[in-house]
Design a protein around this ligand. Structure first.
Ligand code: 5GP
Ligand code: MG
Length: 463
């Protein structure tokens, strides 16, 4: 199975809502800038009142949504999107929000997640002669809604849309925003894989992937939308409603470990605190008698992890590598040479911190092992005496169908390998991971998806 080609929407970021006083577009742009870490390949805004205008392009928020373009947008309602695509999915047609016009009315959609059933539904439509303008599963969702409801979008009710999503996409991972005439509807899937937050602010009512997007606004109240819940926002107010009783909650642990901003609170937990705690637990569970001269984080998501590790171990913490935030993403480059090149460009070592030292290098995770092996080469070049690699996530040994960009199993450095084998592959003196059973110390209860750390005979976990 060519798993990569089935994954389209990945871990994107979404924001939308209603603002009574002012044009909402500048608020959306500011929020998307705070969600930039969730997607750096493209950005877009759909905004207006009765008629919706879309500005979207490839690139980071500031270049995709230049201010002069934002000035063209006007209206009290709107939604926005930052896109993370895997290699090969970066076609312009896939940039969101997707807007269509049906029975003379506009509808826009912004989606974070991955709905695996979309492929089958698309094929069914295509057999009927229907065409699609993109390869995105979000367009499949939009078309499914239109075929199910077959009436003007202004007449679509929350319950009807929720029923259609439940019927057709109940196995998928989605947080979606639908912008209908003078109304915003938002939904979080019944497993709750991805986060969705709501804020009642002086400036209006807003929904976002993470609450970090609300900083800078005057929020009276911030609420997490629960799995199988949604929200309807109109000019008169808002209403949070549940549309199903979730049988099983599967919040993605990777949202906390790697994906979300350290400043965010997702799934009722502060992300920075989680990372610090994971670092402490890692030291206490696998390294109790271990010591080194310096603990160095792999920025950015490794920062909190290394602080926690350093606090627990009393090994001094230092920034031995400065991260160049202006570099392109290394992870999604099409081949290993390009990924390695990008890592080399992304991190700049501080020789005085490294030279002659026994180093413990702490990252949130090892996926292919590109980042760690390139950094270790760099540290050795700067005179490191020993380099011990630590990952606060357990070994990633399985792929993901619900939106985290984990390659095929055979590309995963930890798949079928011992710690010693991994250490020699990445050139470390030792490698250690958080034991999987320790995860429950941070991720309590039965509400987490940890499938990437579990063995599975199939190529991917089918939902
Ligand atoms: P590796 O370089 O071993 O393939 O991946 C591990 C590094 O990539 C870590 O520094 C981690 O923060 C980051 N990472 C982990 N998962 C993802 C992902 O899904 N997408 C991207 N872009 N980076 C990731
Ligand atoms: Mg990283």
């Amino acid at each position: 199975m060519n798993f990569k080609n089935d994954k389209i929407n990945e871990e994107c970021g979404i924001f939308g809502g209603y603002s009574p006083q002012k044009n909402i577009a500048p608020y959306i742009k500011c929020a998307l800038l705070k969600l930039q870490h969730r997607g750096q390949e493209a950005a877009g805004i759909s905004c207006g009142n009765n008629f919706q205008k879309v500005v979207k392009d490839c690139g980071l928020v500031n270049s995709a949504l230049e201010n002069f373009l934002i000035k063209e947008l006007e209206g009290n309602f709107g939604i926005g999107h930052v896109r993370y695509s895997t290699f090969g999915d970066d076609r312009k047609e896939n940039i969101q929000p997707l807007k269509i016009t049906y029975m003379g009315e506009d509808v826009s959609l912004a989606h974070n997640g991955n709905v695996s059933q979309a492929k089958k539904i698309r094929e069914r439509f295509e057999r009927l002669g229907e065409v699609f303008l993109s390869s995105s599963d979000s367009e499949v969702m939009l078309k499914t809604l239109i075929f199910s409801l077959k009436k003007k979008p202004s007449l679509w009710t929350f319950d009807e849309v929720a029923k259609c999503l439940k019927k057709n996409f109940s196995l998928g991972a989605y947080c979606i925003l639908l912008y209908l005439p003078n109304r915003i509807l938002a939904f979080r899937d019944n497993f709750g894989y991805r986060p969705l937050m709501f804020a009642k602010c002086k400036e209006g009512y807003f929904v976002a992937s993470e609450d970090v997007a609300f900083y800078g606004l005057n929020a009276d109240e911030i609420i997490e939308i629960k799995p199988a819940e949604g929200i309807e926002i109109t000019g008169e107010g808002y209403q949070i409603k549940s549309f199903a009783t979730p049988k099983e909650i599967r919040q993605c642990v990777f949202e906390q470990i790697y994906f979300s901003s350290s400043a965010s609170n997702v799934f009722y937990k502060n992300v920075y605190e989680t990372r610090v705690r994971l670092g402490e637990i890692l030291f206490n569970s696998v390294d109790n008698n271990f010591t080194a001269d310096v603990a160095i984080p792999v920025m950015d998501s490794g920062l909190g992890c290394a602080i926690g590790y350093s606090q627990a171990s009393k090994i001094p913490f230092h920034l031995g590598l400065i991260r160049n935030n202006w570099m392109e993403r290394s992870f999604i480059q099409p081949n290993q040479d390009k990924r390695s090149f990008n890592v080399k460009q992304k991190f700049i070592p501080i020789k005085s911190v490294i030279n002659g030292k026994k180093i413990v290098l702490i990252d949130d995770s090892l996926v292919r092992g590109t980042t760690s092996s390139e950094i270790i080469k760099m540290l050795r070049k700067c005179g490191a005496k020993e380099v011990h690699m630590r990952s606060v996530s357990p070994k990633i040994i399985n792929t993901c169908l619900w939106g985290v960009d984990i390659p095929t199993k055979t590309e995963l450095i930890s798949f079928g390998k011992t710690d010693g084998q991994i250490a020699s592959l990445i050139g470390a003196d030792s490698v250690k991971f958080l034991p999987p059973e320790m995860l429950s110390k941070v991720f309590e209860g039965n509400v987490w998806c940890k499938k990437c750390f579990k063995e599975d005979k199939n190529e991917v976990f089918l939902p």
